[in-house]
Design a protein around this ligand. Sequence first.
Ligand code: ADP
Ligand code: DP6
Ligand code: CO
Length: 356
Amino acid sequence: MSLYQATASAPVNIACIKYWGKRDTKLILPTNSSLSVTLDQDHLRSTTTSRADPSFTKDRLWLNGKEDEIKDGGRLATCIAEMKRMRKELEDKSPNEPKLSSYNVHICSHNNFPTAAGLASSASGFAALVKSLATLYALPASPSELSLIARQGSGSACRSLMGGFVAWEQGTSPNGSDSLAIQVAPREHWEDIHALICVVSDDKKGTSSTSGMQRTVETSPLIQHRIRNVVPQRMRDISEAIQKKDFDTFARITMQDSNQFHAVCLDTDPPIFYMNDVSRTIIALVVEYNRVSVEAGGKLKAAYTFDAGPNAVIYAPKENIREIVEMIVNYFPQADPFKDPFGLFGTTGVQGGVVS
Ligand code: ADP
Ligand code: DP6
Ligand code: CO
């Protein structure tokens, strides 16, 4: 008897231009394009194993050892159904292939970092799920094609199918066929940029990204200004900055966009607060660090960004990383990654992450 099983991993990605808002909640079509950096596989990642077997009575999923319900019509069900549909197409063309599309699947996934804490677990999670099913089903699909399916699990997941600098083009088609991820530049294009993950809290966030952004779209006047007048220009400018390896522009736009994302959260009714006092202290430290450099005639040396949670990600040229870690550890001595290099320090600390 054959065993039909495949394992795949996907890293998280952290957006510089944030996705926040859906124009179609079922297909997960965004109200604006976004752009992110995919982190290296060695750091924050999801690892997912999928198995198809004729003896399985239903599709099931375990996340970090605990079973999660696969709700009918929900995002997990949609992704699994889409992958089975692609497998069926392949079986119809190649009648000798085993009929895996008719078997149920058992899926088991682990995150090596805090889940639902604003460190993009839904991104790596759905990307790994789609990758593992694509491997199990031996699908010839490209990363962009798979991004269309991962997007329907969690919007940000479409960007984790590719490494380096990745844009999610919002698209115009009502069926979502052009709302997909494209690689703006591979990791090798700009190896000097590194990411530092500062785990301020590993608690599950109070407001999930899904419900938070929906409330913002329904109640915030500021989000309309952001969508129409701000993001399109920023997408062009940051893409150009990446092509030119212009860290100063990249950093300025990244910090501005993080600030505006948190401003639209505050503009939501009732307001959403994702950052806390530690997050704001980290902002102040980075601002001061950059000010000293600029006043001495230099350039910006680091850029902070915060997703839907209090945890900071700092992008910086490699040569500045040690100095930045020392600066943060000076304020938060409990978070010393050099005592535990490249591991999460406990679960609260600073992780030196190399982006990929
Ligand atoms: P985050 O900031 O971590 O992305 P979200 O609120 O966007 O938080 O999404 C968290 C949800 O994503 C989890 O509750 C779970 O449903 C889903 N998720 C996280 N990790 C995985 C995974 N490895 N496989 C499948 N789904 C996952
Ligand atoms: C702040 O992709 O988690 O991280 O599509 O509802 O699953 P759903 O939301 P999700 O939202 C991510 C929001 C963000 C910004 C970003 O990653 O672009
Ligand atoms: Co998420």
